[in-house]
Design a protein around this ligand. Structure first.
Ligand SMILES: Cc1ncc(COP(=O)(O)O)c(C=O)c1O
Length: 364
């Protein structure tokens, strides 16, 4: 039924498939930045916490009776740590982006979205009227300013950016935060790849720039990456959270997040806060190794190595696999030009990271 389309994908070397990888491979491909997915103590604590409840599953939407003390405990801890007025747990980052964009951009409002915003946000923007969506050049504050100032909008303005961009690993420009405040625009920040990785307290981009959250700020974070679990959360003013609870379809019409995953997210949050000094030291060490060996300066643990050739990027990935390392081979449509996406995860030993960099340097 879809053979023609599949053949086109294959011809362009863009064909994808699932695989269960050899367990012995050293993982430099996943978003498990801090290696928490292997932390059995956190897992056991979360398991014990769920056992204290009478039931194991959330059973219903958060607005029926799916809301559990475990959800609330995590929200409370997130609010306190991040200095936001309110929080809400969401099933996944994909659903969180869908929730925010679909619900917050009302008739007469405009959405200004970075061209490299995650696919979930771009997909959500397609639910809006075409003339409500303005895509600005990646992380380009001047382009945003120019597009913003030439619009004749009388409604709300909503800007959507990421804290750390998922493919290039670059961080959101500070000017965009200043700009949003100056123009009283709502600023949505997807912190999927920044929370747990950057900032003095490892809380993400607000922490990195030392920005005190304001009423117009919204922070979304996911648990499937540095937090070693699954699920997501949105932090915002009480007013915005109240509105999302009453309007966001991807929050209302879906089962509340898994109790275990949220309990594990809470364990991870506490772990990160408690161990921030050691985690930051290891992040700094890994980034130094990357700089010394590949001459790439990065603020995040995402290291993109441009190859710009789909066939070559796959062959590099294979060669590295033969040497025992797993890296991402990212192609279009995820990125414009093919890249090797290397994640300098902190559970990877220094000598192993050095070795993979040396092989990459030769293959490039
Ligand atoms: C920037 C960004 N936002 C949102 C998501 C979606 O999050 P989730 O995997 O929790 O659905 C991802 C990736 O998965 C992401 O990279």
């Amino acid at each position: 039924m879809y053979s023609k389309e599949l053949n086109t994908i294959k011809k362009a070397n863009r064909y994808r498939s699932r695989r269960i990888f050899d367990k012995s491979l050293i993982d430099l491909a996943s978003n498990d930045y801090l290696g928490l997915s292997q932390n059995k103590e956190l897992f056991e604590n979360a398991y014990k916490r769920v056992l204290e409840e009478e039931y194991n599953s959330p059973k219903a939407s958060i607005l029926v009776n799916g809301y559990n003390q475990i959800h609330k405990d995590f929200e409370d801890e997130l609010k306190k740590a991040n200095n936001f007025e309110d929080a809400i747990v969401v099933g996944s980052g994909f659903l969180a982006n869908l929730s925010m964009i679909e619900a917050l951009v009302r008739k007469g409002d405009l959405l200004f979205i970075d061209e490299e915003y995650h696919a979930s946000g771009i997909l959500a923007s397609k639910l809006l009227a075409k003339n409500q969506v303005i895509i600005f050049k990646h992380n380009d504050y001047k382009d945003l300013k120019q597009k913003f100032e030439t619009s004749t909008n009388k409604g709300r303005n909503i800007i959507a950016i990421e804290g750390v961009y998922s493919m290039q690993g670059d961080i959101a420009s500070y000017e965009i935060f200043e700009f949003a405040n100056k123009h009283n625009a709502i600023l949505i920040v997807d912190e999927a790849h920044s929370s747990g990785v950057i900032g003095d307290n490892l809380l993400g981009i607000f922490d990195y720039y030392n920005i005190t959250p304001q009423k117009n700020h919204i922070k979304m974070g996911t648990l499937g990456k540095a937090y070693g679990s699954y699920g997501a959360y949105i932090l915002a003013s009480s007013h915005i959270i109240e509105f999302l609870l009453n309007r966001a379809k991807a929050i209302i019409y879906t089962t509340a997040p898994s109790l275990f995953d949220i309990a594990l997210g809470l364990e991870s949050l506490k772990f990160i806060i408690k161990n921030k000094k050691e985690i930051k030291e290891k992040i700094a060490l890994n980034l130094q190794i990357i700089y010394d060996n590949l001459n790439i300066k990065s603020n995040s643990l995402i290291i993109p190595i441009e190859i710009a050739d789909n066939k070559k990027v796959i062959s590099i990935q294979k060669e590295l696999e033969n040497s025992g390392f797993l890296v991402g081979a990212i192609r279009q449509p995820t990125v414009k030009n093919a890249i090797v996406r290397l994640i300098a995860k902190i559970d990877v030993k220094a000598d192993e990271l050095e070795k993979v960099c040396k092989i990459l340097k030769e293959l490039r």
